[in-house]
Design a protein around this ligand. Structure first.
Ligand code: NAP
Length: 266
């Protein structure tokens, strides 16, 4: 089996990365940074986002494991004290794979029929480059509302505990193939109106945003921020691809939610 390890880059994560690499090589596993069967990310959830984007073209071949060197994470759920146990499990045990849904973002441009496609593990947000974001929101090809406000955030179930949560969105279990659309400070008064609640769409529905006047937007995909000009539409839906995590023990999602947001003492 071939493995790769990515690190957050701080000294604690780097030390752990080197230790795990040595242990795994001792077990005769092969280190392959380009085509790993398993990618171990050492750091936090943010580190796993980077690892995901690095290997996003081979999601059917690479499974992920997250070790956290900070606080408990949603993707990074192994602690440094467990790495010997983890290394033995990786080297000796056939692992179980669990899959989480991803978000597909397709940006189409006004000229030349061009489009770009992204996959997000957490979410994609759309903001205006300057001033209030004004966009028409279509759901399943039907006009839904004209949004005015700071921006819109479309998240995956596993990303629902990140930016989406800070926007008042619901936490979704990652076994649900769905995406969630959450508003950022919408303008609501007697003239302008939006639904005001987060929307959860199933995997056969699309949400499409269309510019009303200015066609330039700041679009984020997880930790990446991109400026898009001459935009005709931005379409979101549940992606056909999934992220695969190698699991060696149960760690239920609701326990992770409890331990992260309520208390990890009981
Ligand atoms: P960052 O600003 O350095 O860190 C964002 C924080 O979000 C970190 O504490 C990270 O945990 C945590 N996080 C990432 N994914 C998560 C998840 N699925 N559930 C719960 N917490 C999660 O940025 P970054 O490390 O490059 O990560 C980019 C992410 O930041 C974006 O995808 C977005 O979700 C999030 N973000 C959140 C807000 C907000 O809450 N107001 C605003 C902007 C962006 P670790 O410390 O374990 O890495």
């Amino acid at each position: 089996m071939k493995f790769a390890i990515t690190s957050k880059g701080d000294s604690r994560s780097n030390t752990l990365m080197h230790k795990m690499r040595t242990y795994l090589l001792d077990f005769d596993l092969e280190y392959d940074e380009d085509q790993p069967d398993i990618c171990i990310s050492v750091g936090g959830d943010g580190t796993l986002l980077y690892a995901f984007h690095r290997y996003s073209s081979r999601l059917d071949k690479t499974a992920f494991i997250g070790v956290h060197t900070g606080h408990l994470g949603f993707y990074a759920d192994w602690v440094p004290e467990e790495i010997e146990k983890l290394v033995i499990a990786v080297a000796k045990t056939p692992y179980q794979v669990i899959e989480y849904p991803l978000l597909e973002v397709i940006i189409r441009y006004q000229h030349g029929g061009r489009e770009t496609r992204y996959l997000a593990l957490n979410e994609s947000t759309v903001k205006s480059v300057e001033g209030t974001l004004v966009m028409d929101v279509e759901i399943r090809g039907q006009h839904f509302e004209r949004f005015r406000g700071d921006g819109l955030c479309v998240s995956t179930p596993s990303g629902s505990t990140a930016y989406n949560k800070a926007l008042g969105g619901a936490i979704l279990h990652p076994s649900l193939r769905a995406i969630q659309v959450a508003e950022m400070a919408s303008i609501n008064n007697r003239v302008f109106r939006t639904v005001g609640s987060p929307l959860i769409l199933p995997d056969h529905h699309t949400c499409t945003l269309k510019p009303v006047n200015r066609p330039d937007f700041q679009v984020t995909v997880d930790h990446l921020t991109l400026l898009h000009k001459d935009v005709k539409s931005i379409q979101f839906r549940v992606a056909d691809e999934k992220i695969r995590f190698a699991r060696f023990r149960p760690f239920p999602f609701w326990k992770r939610v409890h331990d992260s947001f309520i208390s990890d003492s009981d």
